[in-house]
Design a protein. Structure first.
Length: 86
């Protein structure tokens, strides 16, 4: 079984940081900045998704959760016609 998408993204980001972000040149600085922004954005989306779980189950809240999850890939997305599992 594979780790969650969140773990896979972090592993890949850490590997990119290790390979390309260790120096002091401009590329390494750019890699570190980009990975910082990636992590910050994913953390903010995760917090928003958790907050959205506490909202009512109306259409805007569902859409909000779907958009945040689409960006993060935390939960599998089933087609609208698929039946939920029992």
């Amino acid at each position: 079984m594979l780790p969650t998408n969140n773990v896979l993204v972090e592993w890949r980001a850490s590997e990119i940081e290790r390979v390309h972000g260790m120096g002091q040149d401009q590329i390494a600085q750019d890699v570190r900045w980009l990975l910082f922004e990636l992590r910050r954005g994913r953390a903010a989306l995760t917090k928003l998704l958790a907050l959205a779980e506490e909202l009512a189950d109306d259409a805007p809240a569902q859409q909000f959760r779907f958009i945040a999850n689409e960006a993060l890939g935390l939960y599998p997305i089933a087609p609208a016609s698929a039946k939920p599992r029992q």
